[in-house]
Design a protein around this ligand. Structure first.
Ligand code: MRU
Length: 349
């Protein structure tokens, strides 16, 4: 299995996801600015992978600087944290990782060079944790799949989107590894085709049978191909279980509801935002209209200067969600209650 994001000892090595499926190109990022740009340009994307990248970006921004005091270090830390948070607004994993490191460093006694060492340790821990969270989600989620199943997914939630085997797609990998006969219907995921470019590529590498459809075929595909359930990821989950994920997820959930098939979300606890009551508080990233007026920024498909709207994410209301697969268990509605139970188990008292 390839790693889409890893620490080399000196640089952050990523697979440049804008180059897939044409070529598998690795990039070594050595500065905060390079990491910021890689996140912004979607060279590294997917909520958990963005969190891991930001953690190393912070370390890269702090190293090689001659801080005269601990105060100076912490002041600069704050500037860099705020800068990195601006790279992409919706996936909460980014601010989760940065807040976690900043909090730890504020509380950790020591000189600037000791704090720097701690920042690297924390980033490495966030990366390793993400791998084990993916593994746990995959194992719990695979139990939901029967021995033979056709499933549908949206966007890319696999190896490319995380430091491990993925969330929703990780479940597919695990079930396949267990010998289950799985066939995946993959929404192409307009406007920028994470399904067609990335998920199809991953599934082909793994030898897992997959069928690509355009997003507007999903409802008919569920009916005609006896799709058993949907598995998607998440970028931010509110306290009540509303889920922000790639644009088009809400439509897929409505189609599943109509056909009465389960709609599962898979995400680590780092994707939950306990500070917001519901999905209306989730900031939705608005992206360049060129993604809508052109196919993959290259082929124009409409009139010049077409007016368009390009939200990168939508919010699926909790009432359309059958369950949320986390590393600590599968949450069932009402999510506010099940989430609190899991949270109490993870952080007692
Ligand atoms: O804009 P992207 O490609 O970063 O959006 C990614 C998604 O919406 C994924 O479904 C989500 O981050 C979960 S990845 C495990």
């Amino acid at each position: 299995m390839f790693k889409s994001i890893d620490w080399t000892g000196d640089s952050l090595r990523i697979i440049d996801q804008t180059q897939i499926p044409e070529r598998l190109q690795f990039r070594d990022l050595v500065s905060l600015e390079e990491v910021y740009q890689a996140i912004k340009r979607l060279q590294v994307r997917g909520a958990p992978a963005i969190g891991v990248a930001a953690a190393f970006g912070l370390y890269l921004g702090l190293r090689h600087k001659p801080y005269a005091s601990r105060e100076e270090f912490l002041q600069d830390l704050e500037i860099q944290v705020q800068y990195l948070k601006g790279a992409r607004p919706t996936a909460v994993n980014l601010s989760w990782a940065l807040n976690k490191i900043q909090q730890h460093l504020k509380e950790h006694p020591g000189s600037p060079s000791e704090l720097l060492e701690e920042a690297l340790k924390m980033a490495q821990q966030i990366l390793e944790d993400d791998r084990s969270r993916c593994e746990a989600i995959a194992t719990r989620g695979a139990a939901l799949l029967p021995d033979e199943a056709v499933v549908i997914t949206h966007c890319n939630t696999g190896i490319l989107a995380t430091a491990g085997i993925g969330t929703a797609l990780g479940i597919v990998y695990k079930a396949f590894e267990q010998g289950k006969r799985i066939h995946v219907f993959v929404d192409e995921t307009r406007p920028i085709l994470q399904g067609a470019r990335l998920t199809m590529w991953e599934l082909q590498q793994a030898g897992i049978p997959a069928t690509l459809i355009t997003d507007n075929m999903a409802a008919y595909a569920i009916k005609e191909h006896r799709i058993a359930l949907a598995l998607v990821g998440a970028d931010r989950i509110a306290k009540n279980g509303d889920v922000a994920n790639k644009i088009g997820t809400f439509s897929l959930a409505i189609s599943c509801h109509y056909h009465r098939i389960p709609f599962y979300v898979a995400a680590p606890l780092s994707t939950f935002d306990f500070s917001i009551p519901d999905g209306s508080c989730i900031p939705i990233e608005q992206r360049d209209p060129v993604e809508v007026t052109h196919i993959w920024n290259k082929l124009p498909i409409t009139v010049r200067d077409a007016n368009c709207w390009n939200p990168a994410f939508d919010v699926t209301p909790a009432k359309l969600i059958t369950g949320i697969v986390t590393e600590h268990g599968i949450l069932s509605p009402p999510f506010e209650e099940s989430l609190e139970k899991i949270n109490n188990k993870v952080h007692p008292n």
